[in-house]
Design a protein around this ligand. Structure first.
Ligand SMILES: Cc1cc2nc3c(=O)[nH]c(=O)nc-3n(C[C@H](O)[C@H](O)[C@H](O)COP(=O)(O)O)c2cc1C
Length: 215
C-alpha cells in the first residue's frame, strides 16, 4: 500500500507569539491560551492532551487523557495507577504532555515530573463523577488483557447490583497525577513555515528562562 501525502499543506495565519508580549510565568500563558482556544475557537475537548511516558520496555508511549485542573503548580489528570502509564510513571516520573489545538494553529509541549496527588483530592474528584464512571473505574483493570467485552459488562453488572443504593468509594488504584512542569514550549503556526516557538525552562532559582527557538 502507498499513498503520497506530500501535497497536504496548509498556511498558518491565525496568530503570532512575540517575546515582548509573553508573561514571565508560562502557566499564565498556558491559562491565556487555554481560555482563548476554549472560548474563541471552534475546538472540542480543549482539555484533551497527550501524555507520553517512558515504558518499562524502554520505549516512549503516548496516549490521550483529559486535563482536569491546572494551577500555578502544574497539570492534573486522573487514571488507573496500575495501568501501563501508572507503572511507567512509578518507575520514571518524567513525562511529556502535549496539546494540539488545530483550530487555533497552536501546540504546547510540556516536560515535567508526575506525582500522585493527595488521596483526599482524588476522593473529591471521584465523588463528583457520575455513578456509571465510578463503577467503570472500579471494574476496569486498565491496560490488562481481557477475554472479551462480555467479561467487562458482566463485571459492571455485578458491581451495579452490589452497590445498589450504596455509596461508592474511590478504589485505591484510581486517582490523580499532578505533572509539575520543568519546560514548556508554545508554538504558534505562521506563514511560510516561520512559526513562532517560545520555550520556558525552569532554573535552579525557580525563575523561568525564556527563549525563542527556530521553527
Ligand atoms: C479523548 C480521550 C480522553 C481520554 N481520557 C482519559 C483519561 O482522562 N484518563 C485515562 O486513564 N484514560 C483516558 N483515555 C484513554 C487513554 O488514552 C488510554 O487508552 C488509557 O488511559 C490506557 O492507557 P495505558 O494503557 O497506556 O496506561 C482517553 C482517551 C481519549 C481518546
Amino acid at each position: 500500500m502507498e499513498k503520497d501525502l506530500g501535497n497536504y499543506r496548509k498556511s498558518y495565519e491565525k496568530g503570532e507569539l512575540l517575546l515582548k508580549n509573553v508573561p514571565e510565568n508560562p502557566l499564565e500563558l498556558f491559562r491565556d491560551w487555554f481560555i482563548e482556544v476554549d472560548t474563541l475557537f471552534d475546538t472540542e475537548e480543549t482539555n484533551a492532551m497527550n501524555i507520553s511516558t517512558i515504558g518499562l520496555d524502554g520505549y516512549p508511549r503516548n496516549r490521550v487523557v483529559l486535563l482536569k485542573k491546572y494551577t500555578y503548580e502544574g497539570f492534573i489528570f486522573f487514571t488507573n495507577y496500575n495501568s501501563e502509564k501508572g507503572k511507567a510513571i512509578n518507575a520514571n516520573p518524567n513525562v511529556c504532555l502535549s496539546f494540539f489545538w488545530q483550530s487555533a494553529e497552536r501546540q504546547i509541549i510540556i516536560k515535567g515530573k508526575a506525582e500522585k496527588i493527595p488521596e483526599n483530592l482524588s476522593d473529591g474528584y471521584f465523588e463528583s463523577r457520575p455513578r456509571g464512571s465510578q463503577l467503570g473505574a472500579m471494574v476496569s483493570t486498565q491496560s490488562d488483557v481481557v477475554l472479551n467485552r462480555e467479561e467487562l459488562e458482566a463485571g459492571l453488572q455485578a458491581l451495579e447490583a452490589q452497590y445498589e443504593n450504596k455509596e461508592i468509594e474511590r478504589p485505591k488504584h484510581w486517582g490523580g497525577y499532578m505533572v509539575r512542569p520543568v519546560e514548556l514550549e508554545f508554538w504558534q503556526g505562521r506563514p511560510n513555515r516561520l512559526h513562532d516557538r517560545i520555550r520556558y525552562q525552569l532554573q535552579e532559582d525557580y525563575n523561568w528562562k525564556i527563549e525563542r527557538l527556530a521553527p
